[in-house]
Ligand binder design. Structure first.
Ligand code: ZN
Length: 504
């Protein structure tokens, strides 16, 4: 293949990539094959591109660095400068070349390595009727990368299975495994691998977790001034329960880690019960649950109480037992942090009651509830002004009218809000968005709300009161971010369809 051809392929990222059928593929065998059933982690290294055969590298390509994985990261930073383009073969080209060459081990490494470069959180390898589709989830949305012929798929599956200590000869049942990957930039990645037998073959999903990911400091989370103060104050409480809520992948865990990193001090004993321990932090006693041997969130939390803790973080509250012990812990003078799977902060209260907790116990221990979502950040290089249609504008104005802390926007912004929409350029891979930022709705418990809870008020009444007292709803938080040019209105409403229930 000459340079022109390579260049042509680079120019079309979404291009399907047809290669002639490969007759046979050699997969290097590993010792780990025998112990396939064990859950031990394998470790692989992604070589620098220069190690790849048949591919002479200009020196510049060494400077291409991967960006931090953005799965749950929402730092309030300006978008990073674009990686230099057109300096030798890109990672995508290297991947395409490996497919062409039928070099399966190299192909799998390049799939992972390119995913890291584009800040992907999940890799999907999906066999279809005639071809196999490779897609990445970037900033919460799936994106097609390449297609490759179905006949090399079994070899790809085997390679991934070997890497993650799965049984290669078992193709009829789903399997889970994991392995560790160290990039050439010395970032430690945790790869969770899941296989699923489909009618066309085994589908593979790999979830990438950057273990060396920096935990954003509280101010970097993207909280507005109002919410920041609420959270900061709650973290100074000696006891009580602080919850973060939202769907999977909404950044709950990152927020908790940010809180813990702020609380992390030589004078306090912090224990965490997690599943899994996503990021290791010095100074914390982090424990991983093993439900299969009855070491659960609930039993872990109970044990934690015997370890003279000041602050306890429990990965998730999903049953009565866990919330009961959390309440017990709070009543005996501990600060408890956790996540719960609900859509809004007020809904969290209902959820706890539905778990069978008495209202007075809940009202006296829950101190603060954060509901959150991640929205994609507009690419500042290509975004352009936009005018939402009349219907949408009415909705926006209605939400702004009910905004409690009006000082979050200027008078001009409130009267004549301007909005932006994505366009797409080279810097954002023609998506129009790059990176994500958090939207937060923070409910701070107070006596007024406690009274309502004890009087059996419904969700709508409690929410109304909370907003009167200054709570910024997720919808309002999104509109504020849109007016500030951080995201688009479409993105705000795409991410939180549930927001409709917040409007009265
Ligand atoms: Zn752009």
């Amino acid at each position: 293949m000459d340079q022109n051809q390579i260049q042509q392929q680079a120019n079309n990222q979404e291009n399907t990539y047809n290669v002639p059928p490969i007759k046979h593929v050699d997969i290097p065998r590993q010792d780990s094959q025998e112990s396939a059933t064990q859950n031990s982690a394998a470790s692989i290294n992604i070589p620098a591109p220069s190690q790849i055969q048949q591919q002479p590298q200009p020196a510049e390509s060494q400077q291409i660095e991967t960006e931090p994985a953005a799965k749950e990261a929402e730092p309030q930073k300006q978008p990073e400068p674009a990686t230099p383009k057109n300096v030798g073969p890109s990672k995508l080209e290297l991947l395409q070349d490996a497919i062409l060459a039928g070099n399966i081990p190299q192909m799998v490494l390049n799939i992972i390595s390119y995913a890291l470069e584009v800040r992907s959180s999940d890799i999907h390898i999906e066999p279809e009727q005639n071809t196999v589709r490779l897609r990445y989830r970037v900033d919460g949305v799936l994106r097609q990368i390449v297609e490759y012929p179905l006949n090399i798929h079994p070899a790809v599956v085997s390679r991934v299975k070997i890497m993650s200590n799965l049984k290669i000869d078992e193709q009829r049942i789903p399997q889970d495994g994991r392995c560790e990957v160290t990039t050439k930039e010395n970032r430690e990645m945790d790869l969770r691998v899941s296989t699923l037998p489909t009618v066309n073959g085994e589908k593979i999903v790999m979830r990438l977790q950057d273990r060396s990911r920096k935990i954003p400091d509280l101010p970097e989370l993207g909280l507005d001034k109002h919410n920041f103060e609420l959270l900061k104050d709650a973290l100074e409480l000696p006891n009580g329960i602080i919850l973060t809520s939202g769907p999977t992948g909404s950044g709950k865990t990152t927020t908790l880690y940010s809180c813990l990193s702020r609380l992390n001090d030589i004078k306090v004993n912090i224990l965490t019960i997690e599943d899994p321990v996503e990021i290791q932090m010095n100074g914390l006693n982090q424990s991983q649950v093993h439900p299969d041997i009855d070491y659960t969130f609930a039993s872990g939390l109970r044990t934690a109480l015997r370890q003279d803790p000041d602050i306890i973080m429990v990965g998730e509250i999903r049953d009565k037992e866990t919330i009961q012990i959390a309440i017990e812990a709070s009543l005996t003078g501990h600060l408890v942090l956790s996540t719960i799977h609900t859509n809004s902060s007020v809904e969290t209260l209902t959820r706890i009651l539905n778990l069978g907790i008495q209202d007075f116990l809940m009202a006296s221990t829950i101190e603060l509830i954060i509901a959150q979502r991640l929205v994609r950040r507009l690419c500042s290089n290509c975004m352009k002004p936009a005018k939402p249609d009349k219907l949408l504008m009415e909705r926006i104005n209605n939400a702004l009218e009910n905004l409690g802390p009006k000082y979050l926007l200027t008078e001009e912004q409130l009267k004549n809000p301007t909005f932006y929409e994505p366009v797409g350029c080279e810097e954002c891979d023609n998506v129009g968005y790059k990176g994500r930022v958090g939207l937060y709705e923070i409910l701070r418990m107070n006596n007024e709300l406690r009274k309502l809870i004890l009087a059996n008020a419904n969700t709508i009444e409690i929410e109304k009161k909370a907003m009167e007292m200054g709570m910024v709803s997720l919808e309002q938080a999104g509109i504020i971010k849109a007016i500030q040019g951080t995201t688009s209105v479409d993105e705000v409403y795409r991410v939180a369809k549930k927001m409709e229930s917040n409007q009265q």
